[in-house]
Design a protein around this ligand. Structure first.
Ligand code: HEM
Length: 509
């Protein structure tokens, strides 16, 4: 008995010692000295030498692993990715402090090896540091390139491309085989975006498009050198910088060809009757002031295609996947579209105003499948305090929009369920994604918020309406459960292509 008591006493003393040690280690980590000042850093998981917190992210996609870590460590969390301190915001309150209360302090983008390689040939908007250049191109986007009148002017292009999408689905469906919705939708979006950017009269269009797509793929990749910026070994081992530079060179070569072609057509007096496209505006000096240099023109084209294509395509693919898994929602959306377009032969944008449920379907898809799940990284420009914690200057900041969209604290116990009707209920009826409601931030918020919302929604709405108007959709025979896994990358696109069975209901002309 006495021995047992002694053992218990020893165990208790050992446990207290261990707890004290852990507490000291934790407190030391959280209240680190920075330039002689003691900081109250956000909490985070334990770190290893060299790799920091990276072992906590192994085995799951970053936005999912970070959500799981946040459930344990809180809505503002400090990680270390190799050498890089990274703060992750995972709640609406944390997102609001970063993108509203301290928006100016977090309005710049980090310079990493990959971004240096990507912008070596010219600086556009998405990766530009906060400053005069960014302000100019941002204003240009808002007023000239992506504003409602410009987006409206591309309506004919979108309707024609949506009709081409419907025709392709009809051809594939005619054989009775399943249709690769992912591939057809990606082609539709790329074509609609590129035609809005450069028109449809360029030679070598296929090569241009393929190269832009490759640029998006390479830029979205993971760079070892980004995590260990001071390591020459990491730089040498990392193929990414070389790959990015080669792709950027090829893109610039093709882009210069397109620009020359445009200038030649203009000089020959052709094209006056054509609709002005985004490249025309950029070449015309971009809305007044000194003309943009050629590097900026190229980089803007790359950024707009990069930011607009995969995001919109991925959202459309997820919307179709979610609808097929929820037949009641699919039937309701189809009934709405077919009633609004009754007697018409194809979807036209003026009829889309009468499709409120279709819009809720897109909103709910963006809530569950934020196309850029961690938004684009920001960097802290000046020491800041967020949710009572210190965020040192130079820290990379990620906002986990994916986790925020699925947070039960904001969305209730069915937060993980696809239910567009939630936006008809009083609790969520007023919630929108335009940067004022921080529980729904698939486009970000504040100064660096996506300037392409109107463009993106227009591209998605006419395509979704067309697919639902002309066809009935089902899982292919033999498929019981749809694979909803996401792929690794900056965007949370589907891991596997979406194959569905389509039956023509309203034949395309
Ligand atoms: C479903 C469609 C789209 C989604 C979900 C989306 C999402 C986003 C997100 C999350 C950001 C980063 C915001 C931040 O850092 O707070 C962003 C930035 C940006 N987006 Fe979009 N986007 C979409 C479509 C588009 C389209 C169609 C365009 C243009 C054609 C576009 C152009 C841009 C640009 C230029 C930026 C960089 C803004 C800056 O750094 O100042 N986006 N987008």
């Amino acid at each position: 008995m006495a021995g047992n008591h002694e053992n218990h006493g020893l165990l208790l003393a050992g446990a207290i010692l261990l707890l004290t040690l852990l507490l000291v280690v934790k407190l030391r980590r959280r209240s680190k000295q920075y330039g002689g000042v003691t900081l109250n850093l956000p909490p985070g998981p334990w770190q290893l030498p060299v790799i920091g917190s990276m072992h906590h992210l192994v085995g799951a996609l970053p936005h999912r692993a970070m959500r799981n870590l946040a459930l344990r460590h809180g809505p503002l969390m400090l990680l270390r990715m190799g050498e890089l301190p990274v703060v992750v915001a995972s709640s609406a309150a944390a997102a609001m402090e970063i993108m509203k209360t301290h928006d100016v302090a977090f309005a710049t983008r980090p310079r990493t090896n990959t971004t240096v390689s990507l912008t070596g040939d010219g600086l556009g908007i998405a990766l530009a540091p906060h400053g005069d250049h960014w302000r100019r191109v941002r204003k240009l986007c808002a007023t000239e390139l992506l504003g409602a009148p410009r987006v409206r002017s591309f309506r004919g292009t979108r309707e024609a491309e949506a009709a081409a999408l419907v025709a392709s689905v009809a051809v594939e469906a005619a054989s009775g085989a399943a249709v690769n919705v992912s591939s057809l939708v990606a082609t539709y979006v790329a074509d609609a975006v590129v035609r809005s950017m450069v028109g449809d009269r360029i030679a070598d269009r296929e090569a241009f498009l393929a190269c832009l797509c490759e640029g998006v793929r390479v830029a979205a990749g993971f760079s070892l050198a980004d995590l260990f910026p001071s390591s020459r070994l990491a730089r040498a081992l990392s193929g990414t910088a070389r790959q990015v530079e080669a792709t950027v060179r090829e893109m610039s070569r093709l882009m210069d060809g397109v620009i020359e072609e445009k200038r030649a057509r203009k000089a020959a007096g052709a094209g006056c009757e054509e609709e002005e496209d985004i490249l025309d505006v950029l070449l015309d000096g971009g809305g007044g002031g000194a003309p943009l240099d050629i590097g900026t023109v190229r980089a803007m084209m790359r950024d707009l295609f990069g930011a607009g294509s995969e995001t919109s395509a991925s959202t459309l693919q997820w919307a179709m996947a979610e609808l097929v898994r929820k037949p009641a929602a699919l039937r309701r959306a189809q009934a709405e579209v077919r009633s609004a377009l009754a007697g018409q032969s194809r979807a036209r944008e003026e009829a889309l105003q009468e499709l409120p449920y279709l819009r809720l379907v897109i909103k709910e898809t963006l809530r569950l499948h934020a196309a850029v799940p961690l938004l684009l990284p920001r960097e802290c420009r000046e020491p800041s305090r967020v949710l009572g914690y210190d965020v040192p200057q130079g820290t990379m900041v990620l906002v986990n929009a994916w986790a925020i969209g699925r947070d039960a604290a904001s969305w209730g116990p069915d937060a993980e369920e696809f239910r567009p009707e939630r936006f008809e209920e009083e609790s969520a009826a007023a919630v929108d994604f335009r940067g004022t409601d921080f529980q729904l931030v698939p486009f970000g918020a504040g100064r660096r918020m996506c300037p392409g919302i109107t463009f993106g929604l227009a591209v998605m709405e006419v395509a979704l309406a067309s697919l639902l108007f002309h066809f009935d959709w089902e899982l292919p025979g033999g498929t019981e459960e749809l694979d909803m896994a996401e792929a690794f990358g900056i965007t949370a696109r589907r891991k596997s292509d979406l194959w569905l069975h389509a039956t023509v209901v309203v034949p395309p002309l």
